[in-house]
Design a protein around this ligand. Sequence first.
Ligand code: ADP
Ligand code: MG
Length: 368
Amino acid sequence: MSNIVCANIDKSYGAINVINNFNLDVSDREFIVFLGPSGCGKSTLLRMIAGLEEISGGTVSIGGKEVNDLEPRDRGVAMVFQNYALYPHMTIYDNIAFGLKRMKVPKDQIDERIKAVSATLGLEPYLARKPAELSGGQQQRVAIARAMIKTPKVFLFDEPLSNLDAKLRHHMRVEIARLHQKLQTTTVYVTHDQLEAMTLADRIVLMRAGAIEQVGTPAEIYEKPRTLFVAGFIGTPNMNFLNVVIHQVEDGWLLVGDGINFRIEGHGFRLQHGQKATLGIRPADLLVSNGADVNVLSGTANLIEFHGNDALITFTHGDIEIGALVKASSRAKPGDQVSFSLLESRLHLFDAQSGVSLREDDAGGATQ
Ligand code: ADP
Ligand code: MG
């Protein structure tokens, strides 16, 4: 059992700074996901926690002990990579046992632990096989078993499911969630896949260009994105964005621009008359208009994507394309006039210049 504290972490390769003053407290037993686009520094951070990459500045502590100068094997961490690289000539049993044999753990103890771990991961029937005789998902489970058998204080995963096909990825995601429920080992999991992050994380650390953009539970990040970047990164289909200027009027505010003139009460937002802003609306928060609504977006449907339960209607409103998610049964046809109203309680507003949310509880720009 261990917490992890990253304090003022910097990382440079020569003159290039790739991580900039990263601060994070991971609680004991927590499942943290580092999420962000490729190249934002997720793997570099994970490798610094693991001890596979030198830390240029700041400290990493695990279980209350600074580990900057400890070898990877002395940090109590176990890491699972995207490329699980099992030894092809060894049996599954020997692959799992490999690390413990090197640590000179007695044979009977190894045997006992392999029994327990392979039962947990459903690998018992395959212990005598070679890796080539297992499916991709089973091989990835062996890689997890190899990490688990060391009974680490911390699990580190770097995009462990990226090589698997979509169906298997879903299956393994569920298995990893179950495993964490059972073992409760503190976990840091790196992915660029928002769905993996949303379904696995206690908290998501959303990163951009080596710095934290937002830390929060999946619901917090989805419902209250702190910046335009987070709003655009999280949620499928993507959030719609419209450029507006904010006008103060008697008992409320107007959002004017991009062919709209919305009237809102503005509760919960910090707004200024004349401020340029970006209005964000998730496709699922557009409701088919009943004609009596005040704030309406309408236009001509030009693309209908059928998803099964629902359908994404893309329509042109003035010069811009808007996506609206509707029940599949009520979907329109291309060329239809469509009309949607938006709920004020679900809209997002960001400062046009800084991209920071205008929500009141984001004042001060706190990230944690
Ligand atoms: P992610 O895992 O989020 O895709 P990485 O942590 O792998 O990103 O990389 C972060 C940044 O650091 C990238 O811009 C990458 O090019 C750079 N980088 C990673 N490793 C090295 C290295 N050995 N030398 C120079 N730059 C590197
Ligand atoms: Mg990476």
